[in-house]
Design a protein around this ligand. Structure first.
Ligand SMILES: [Ca+2]
Length: 176
């Protein structure tokens, strides 16, 4: 009886090993980095955007200038349903945020249609030299095959903006 139990255990271990060996390696997450000119705006100045598409879409934006209060960081996501943005989120540094995205049809769309997005993370810290970052779980975007992102930093007190890649223009597609 004992011997049989051992055999089964060994067999199970072997089976598990075979199953693990047969599972293909996870697809490589795609990453796209695009640079924005430094000095093309005042008070806000995006220098680099990095988009990683894994289980979440993670966007990190480097600023050539220190972040300050009174700035708004805005992100439009095209999840592939047509050529226009599908989702929008904005936030300020060192403030709380709700786990919601705004559903939009075009740049400048200001409808108040919200999508709950548990796991959404928005970060901008004026006390740390770190990128402004957003993390959006793919399920909030209906699990798109590819996404592309447009970013705008706005200094609300000075009225200046900097876009990446360009005004109302998306960066490259980033596949899952
Ligand atoms: Ca710039």
């Amino acid at each position: 009886m004992l011997a049989t139990r051992w055999s089964i255990r060994h067999l199970s271990t072997l089976t598990l090993a075979l199953v693990l060996a047969a599972v293909p390696a996870p697809a490589m997450a795609d990453t796209k980095v695009f640079d924005d000119p430094v000095g093309d705006s005042t008070f806000v100045d995006i220098s680099r955007v990095r988009v990683v598409h894994r289980d979440s879409v993670i966007v990190r934006v480097r600023s050539a200038l220190p972040l300050t209060t009174g700035q708004l960081y805005a992100f439009w996501i095209d999840a592939g349903h047509g050529r226009r943005p599908d989702y929008y989120v904005d936030f300020r540094a060192n403030t709380g945020f709700d786990e919601v995205l705004r559903r939009v049809r075009y740049f400048g769309d200001r409808r108040s249609r919200f999508v709950q997005c548990p796991g959404l993370r928005l970060r901008a810290d004026i006390f740390a030299d770190k990128p402004v970052s957003v993390r959006i779980p793919r399920r909030c975007l209906k699990n798109p095959g590819s996404v592309r992102v447009a970013v705008q930093f706005k200094d609300e007190s000075m009225g200046t903006v900097d876009w990446a890649v360009d005004r109302r223009t998306f960066g490259p597609w980033v596949k899952r």
